[in-house]
Design a protein. Structure first.
Length: 421
């Protein structure tokens, strides 16, 4: 009996592997709370398929030597596992081949010469580019010194920020600056380790980046989150010159909840409602790059919308949607559109099971009708939520595309600028 039982497990294991791989190829569910575990398992698979593949092959060799694949069920288990390997190869192949999508999106919005314009603004030629899944583990230590972890507000560890910069960056160089806002459903807000591929890439290119934490729910309630982002932006404008940054050129980016906060910050400059105690501070930005964000807090129709509203009511706003609908409308970037909005670059994955891609499309369509500035949009094929988190090919393509967009904006602000070695 023990031998029979042992040989049954390989088939169960193989089914689990092929199910996980299939979920990476295409999310197995897109409605209801089941999307959370679907995302949790599918997200790393879509970005780190080679690691899953190597691990699975090595484990299969080990189990084969042990004899797990003998008999009919064993051979079926091995065949099923091979299907999982094929799916993982497909996932990685799609990931590697996604680069042209980013270029096409920027070319459509910025023009065929956008790369040349972007390169004209680069503050450093000797970019030290390092790629790979494991770069996210050490890149912060390369660019953030102990003295570069700062406090921007009065709320303890929730108001800490890391200043990313190259050690050889001149303190009087007035480098362009990016404020990075983390995601996490307005309930995590950890500045580490989100957006490491982007932050390290920009730092290599001579940018100064500020990655912040902020107060989160359920301990804190809306609008504490956006107030902290605004306070951080005010701090950056007052202090970033001490780190070699240009206080007159500050862009903002963030993913998921950070994408929502990024868009809302860019569309509500100097709004006193979100700046209690620092109403006179300048909180405008020169560009915004929200990634797979929530731009609508009030619509009740659509995939996952009822569950989302309930989540906000219980954990984030802690106010009744029916009685205080204005709070939800005011917090929605799609309702705060303005003609003088800064340039936007919006990115969203087509296989996002947490925030469906139509929400990104709707926001871009609405913004383009109102804004007089450039609105670029990249819909990343087969990408899950948080597709830019790891050092995968797609994560690096995202970082490079964002850098090119921001450098294009920087060139427009500084006509005739050239590289400085």
């Amino acid at each position: 009996m023990p031998t029979v039982a042992r040989r049954r497990w390989p088939l169960v294991r193989a089914v689990a592997e092929v199910t996980n791989a299939a979920n990476g190829v295409r999310p197995l569910a897109r409605k209801g709370y089941i999307t959370i575990p679907i995302f949790a398992f599918g997200w790393p698979t879509t970005e780190m398929a080679p690691l899953y593949l190597v691990g699975s092959v090595l484990d299969a060799v080990r189990r084969g030597i042990r004899g797990d694949f003998r008999g009919t069920q064993g051979r079926l288990a091995l065949g099923t596992t091979a299907v999982a390997w094929a799916l993982l190869i497909l996932i990685q192949r799609r990931n590697v081949r996604s680069e042209p999508v980013f270029d096409a999106a920027l070319r459509e919005a910025l023009g065929d010469d956008y790369r040349a314009i972007a390169e004209s603004s680069q503050p450093a030629r000797d970019a030290r580019r390092r790629k790979g899944v494991f770069t996210t583990g050490w890149s912060r230590r390369r660019y953030v010194e102990k003295k570069s972890t700062v406090r921007y507000g009065p709320h303890g560890r929730a108001n800490l920020a890391d200043v990313w910069r190259r050690s050889d960056l001149p303190l009087d160089g007035r480098a362009p600056v990016l404020l990075q806002v983390p995601g996490g459903a307005w309930a995590i807000g950890m500045r580490r380790p989100q957006a490491y591929p982007l932050l390290s890439h920009l730092a290599e290119r001579g940018w100064v980046c500020v990655s912040i934490a902020y107060r989160v729910s359920p301990r804190h309630s809306w609008p504490d989150h956006i107030v902290d982002v605004k306070r951080a932006l005010a701090w950056v404008k007052e202090n970033i010159a001490d780190y070699g940054g240009d206080p007159d050129f500050i862009a903002i980016s963030g993913g998921s909840a950070g994408g929502h906060l990024t868009a809302l910050t860019a569309l509500t400059p100097n709004d006193p409602a979100y700046q209690p105690g620092f109403e006179d501070a300048d909180t405008s930005v020169v560009a915004a790059v929200p990634v797979y964000g929530r731009y609508d807090w009030f619509s009740t129709e659509g995939t996952g919308r009822p569950e989302f509203i309930k989540f906000l009511e219980k954990f984030v706003t802690k106010t009744s949607f029916e009685e205080h609908r204005d709070v939800y409308v005011d917090a929605s970037p799609i309702e705060r559109l303005r003609s003088d909005a800064p340039p936007f670059f919006v990115l969203h994955g087509t296989d996002d099971s947490i925030i469906p891609v139509p929400e990104g499309r709707d926001f871009v369509d609405a913004l383009r009708k109102v804004s007089e500035s450039t609105v670029a949009y990249c819909e990343v094929p087969h990408a899950q939520h948080a597709f830019d988190f790891f050092g995968s090919p797609r994560g690096h393509y995202t970082a490079e595309a964002i850098e090119r967009f921001l450098s294009w904006v920087h060139a427009k602000h500084h006509p005739g600028a050239t590289d400085a070695g």
